[in-house]
Design a protein around this ligand. Structure first.
Ligand code: PHE
Length: 456
């Protein structure tokens, strides 16, 4: 293919795994997974989540990587190329558009929340958690939510950090960044695990995470588990397709995806094994606290634990690194599109997209304070709406479209050629699941989620 020469390829072995794991591991693993597990009863939720990862997440991820590599371009042009090759309608390019758009919207609010972690790194490092009680921790968090200039400052900082990496290009920027950030992330996580085992109530945390109680299984939990499986694997948002497009031909897609899926799950479970033992170390703190688990409960506990200042700082640094490697994957698809289609320089493309994401992100900032009571649709603030439209609409619809396209419409020959390194047996199994199982499950959970939102 001609385009292969223009389009970058990862320079070293294993970069795709690092980059895709960097994209996958983020706030979703360290902030969201523990708190939704806490709210949904622990072990039973973990089991449903693992099932969703295996039956729906991984098969769709294989499809997404394969589409990117076959098209060898940013998600929009990759879909054009694949549809052209297989003689399909150009309408399938919409998959590319929807994923780039979803990635962009997520970038706008994700960077605001990621900004909070920067604020918490600085607070923790200055010993700001020392002697925190419930009121102090709640007050600090509420004060941050109400402080527009601080929120905007951290949001801006985070977006600049993201643009800085993407500007330098695929091999010099992205590849170098993930080669440094990912090992750092794993080291921080292991250090914290050791600390949780030493200073926290490890047995209670472990039991909470893995004790399965039948009565905790619920339909709502299943729907949450599925949505989260997509979000945590970064599916349907262009990131994985863009990274796949830089993957060399001699790599097996299935093996690589399996590795990324395992690493992502491992990090989520380890984050749970860090957070819950720390939570249980303090008798008054609840595991089911919801979104504030990380920003209110943990600071309280760190404030009273031995070496809480050091490890509190390390903990929030870990989340910053995880979120950073995710935002760079959210920026890459749009930047790649502008530079491949319109010959934008990567520096100007990065600055342009980041500025637009910054502007849109302001609606998230204001949703936390001035627009808190705004009702854009069904009681949602602009921030809720951005999260809803991406996580509950664009993401499942994009993933569904990918599964249907690859399962039913894409030519079998280009498909098999792209996956020639994977055995016929596994290819066959994957193809069947992608064709018959994944679409039905995605559709069911998507419709129930929408129904729940507007009827409930
Ligand atoms: N997977 C990331 C997380 O778990 C979020 C993300 C979604 C990143 C989509 C990139 C693309 O936090």
């Amino acid at each position: 293919m001609k385009r292969a020469q223009q389009h970058a390829i990862w320079g070293r072995r294993g970069t795709f795994i690092l980059a895709a794991t960097g994209s996958a591991v983020g706030l979703g693993n360290i902030w969201k997974f523990p708190y939704i597990t806490g709210e949904n009863g622990g072990g039973a939720f973990v089991l449903m989540y693992l099932l969703c990862i295996c039956l729906i997440g991984l098969p769709v991820m294989v499809a997404e990587v394969m589409l990117g590599r076959r098209g060898r371009a940013n998600p929009i042009m990759a879909m054009e190329e694949v549809a052209r090759e297989s003689g399909n309608s150009r309408g399938w390019t919409l998959i590319g558009w929807s994923s780039v758009a979803a990635g962009f919207i997520i970038l706008s609010y994700y960077s605001v929340i990621a900004g909070w972690t920067l604020e918490y790194v600085t607070t923790a490092a200055q010993g700001g958690f020392a002697g925190f009680d419930g009121d102090a921790a709640t007050g600090t968090f509420a004060a941050l939510q109400g402080d527009v200039s601080k929120l905007v400052r951290w949001q801006t900082a985070f977006l600049c950090m993201t643009a800085l990496i993407i500007m330098f290009g695929v091999t010099r920027g992205l590849e170098t960044a993930v080669r440094i950030l990912m090992p750092l992330l794993f080291v921080l996580l292991i250090v914290l695990l050791g600390y949780a085992a030493y200073a926290g109530d490890f047995v209670a945390g472990f039991k909470f995470l893995f004790n399965f109680r039948f009565s905790d299984l619920s339909f709502e939990g299943l729907s949450l588990a599925l949505g989260h499986a997509f979000f945590t694997l970064s599916l349907g948002m262009g990131a994985i397709m863009a990274y796949g497009s830089y993957m060399p031909h001699k790599t097996s897609i299935m093996k690589t995806v399996l590795t990324v899926g395992c690493l992502d799950t491992l990090v989520a479970l380890t984050a749970g094994l860090v957070i819950f033992p720390i939570v249980f170390a303090s008798p008054g703190v609840e595991p089911g606290a919801g979104p504030s688990l990380m920003f209110i409960s943990l600071p309280i506990v760190f404030g009273s634990m031995p070496l809480g200042t050091v490890f509190g700082t390390v903990f929030f640094l870990l989340i910053t690194v995880a979120a950073w490697s995710s935002t760079i994957s959210l920026l890459e698809p749009a930047v790649a599109y502008l530079s491949e289609r319109f010959r934008f320089h990567r520096v100007s493309a990065s600055l342009l997209i980041v500025s637009c994401a910054w502007l849109l992100g302001l609606t998230t900032v204001f949703s936390l304070n001035r627009w808190q009571d705004m009702d854009l649709l069904a009681g949602m603030t602009p921030f809720d709406f951005s999260a809803f439209i991406t996580e509950q609409v664009l993401l499942p619809v994009g993933a569904l479209a990918m599964a249907v396209y690859v399962g039913w419409f894409m030519g079998k020959r280009p498909l098999r050629r792209e996956m020639k390194l994977d055995s016929g047996l596994w290819f066959g199994r994957w193809f069947k699941v992608l064709r018959y199982v994944s679409p039905v499950l995605i559709l069911a959970v998507f419709l129930l989620g929408i129904f729940d939102k507007f009827a409930g």
